[in-house]
Design a protein around this ligand. Structure first.
Ligand SMILES: [Zn+2]
Length: 446
């Protein structure tokens, strides 16, 4: 009996330990559409307004439960798909939940929940737990758990789902979407789905064979490229000829923070910790002590020099993804509505405007970034632009075919090469002044 009590006590202590170490994931809530883009319409309802109302209710429920919550929008604003994912990735959200309403032919009706086709195991579990909760709460037809390649669930560096609450153009479904009581029930269902999917936290890529590459970055000597697959799954070292020289990791969601720190060494983040990996396969914990660094906190950009903090932005937008220029004289960052900004270390701000994924030219004189258009579900056009700090009104389009959907560009350290992703393929070009030459797909051989 005594032994049993001790045993139980031990079990309790061990379980308490597990409970404490399993931190609540932060959540990014994405209210679909907004501003200029109403989304679907029907029966006097606008999708953007329904999505926002459910998102705000969901936000309040999670806040009250102690979660850290990020919102891609909390009012009727136009926010590009690329800004939504760029924001969620840069703040390091632990989960991404996008809220939409469906429309088709007025007779189609019901609820469906999506995750990316090659999403992580946690994405699938979150989808599978959320869908039945939504159907039960709304009393809608169960259209099932589905997969798709929607932009926001494909380019987010964390488990992500997209919920289609119901059909706004169907009379029966619209009556529920228009009812605040049902919208509250939908928000509660999203919370239950999230919590039920937390039981098993490890996250794997479900399909290692996915060959949809993104976010290429040159090695310091320009001879190799580091890239990830959709969902920022895995770390792959690829030669300029397209040979996968080394798979450093095939884990889900390890690619967003990854960067070269030497010709044979990568630094990357996983589960809030930093690691270094050498090309011969040695992995070690890394520390991130820097004399000067920039970071985003509560939607503002901060500079920290030898431990002393200075705020560089002063509200007006939600700011994120700051990056110091190589010469440590300027900071580039994104505003979720206002686009790209550059400021000096004293906070003198220049608005570059629409764009995402800024990357410094190696001489610190300018930036490359992508400028996208989208329809609220997919990117419909994108070009890589170059801007010089001296004449920030002068933009040069480096890629000319906007249907290529070029994004996430990187310039080599010698300033002579450009690499970017487009529709899951990697492209390499020679950078010549304000234009590119010999732009060719890197045909990847796995
Ligand atoms: Zn939608």
């Amino acid at each position: 009996m005594k032994l049993c009590t001790v045993f139980l006590l031990t079990i309790c202590l061990v379980m308490a330990g597990i409970y404490v170490t399993q931190a609540q994931p932060s959540v990014c809530i994405d209210a679909g559409h907004g501003g200029d883009d109403s989304g679907a319409v029907g029966h006097g309802l606008l999708e953007k307004s329904i999505n926002l109302d459910v998102a705000n209710r969901f936000h309040n429920l999670l806040k009250n439960a102690g979660y850290t919550v990020y919102m891609t929008r909390s009012s009727d604003k136009t926010v590009s798909l690329s800004s939504r994912t760029s924001y969620a990735n840069s703040v390091g959200a632990g989960r991404f939940i996008s809220i939409h309403c469906n429309a088709f032919n007025q007779s189609a009706h019901g609820t469906e929940t999506y995750c990316y086709t090659s999403g992580s195991s946690t994405s699938f579990r979150m989808r599978d737990k959320t869908q039945p909760q939504m159907v039960a709460a709304l009393g809608t037809y169960d259209r099932g758990c589905k997969t798709a390649g929607f932009y926001v669930i494909k380019y987010t560096n964390m488990p992500a789902i997209l919920a289609e609450l119901a059909f706004i153009d169907n009379a029966g479904d619209a009556a529920k979407l228009g009812d605040a009581g049902y919208r509250q029930k939908a928000a509660e269902a999203l919370k239950r789905g999230l919590e039920q999917s937390r039981e098993e936290e490890q996250t794997r890529s479900s399909m290692q064979r996915d060959s949809y590459y993104l976010a290429p970055r040159f090695s310091p000597d320009g001879s190799k490229i580091l890239a990830s697959k959709a969902g920022y799954h895995g770390l792959y070292i690829i030669s300029l000829a397209g040979e996968v020289v080394r798979t450093l990791s095939d884990e889900a969601h390890v690619g967003y923070q990854a960067q070269w720190i030497a010709n044979d060494q990568i630094r990357y983040g996983k589960a809030d910790a930093l690691f270094t990996a050498t090309l011969d396969g040695r992995v070690a914990r890394a520390n991130d002590r820097q004399e000067m660094r920039v970071f985003a906190e509560n939607g503002e950009i901060w500079l920290e020099t030898y431990g002393e903090r200075q705020q560089l932005t002063n509200s007006g937008d939600i700011y994120f993804n700051p990056s110091l220029s190589p010469d440590n004289k300027h900071v580039v960052y994104e505003g979720i509505e206002s686009g790209i900004h550059v400021c000096t270390l004293t906070g003198d701000d220049t608005v570059i405007g629409r764009g995402n994924h800024p990357a410094w030219l190696p001489d610190s004189k300018g930036l490359v970034f992508d400028v996208t258009e989208d329809d609220g579900q997919e990117i419909t056009a994108s070009t890589i632009a170059l801007v010089l700090l001296e004449s920030s009104q002068n933009r040069f389009a480096l890629t000319t075919d906007s249907m290529l959907l070029a994004q996430r560009a990187c310039v080599s350290a010698d300033g002579k090469q450009l690499v970017f992703d487009a529709r899951g393929k990697l492209f390499l070009a020679r950078l010549h002044g304000f234009s590119i030459r010999n732009c060719q797909e890197i045909k990847i051989v796995e």
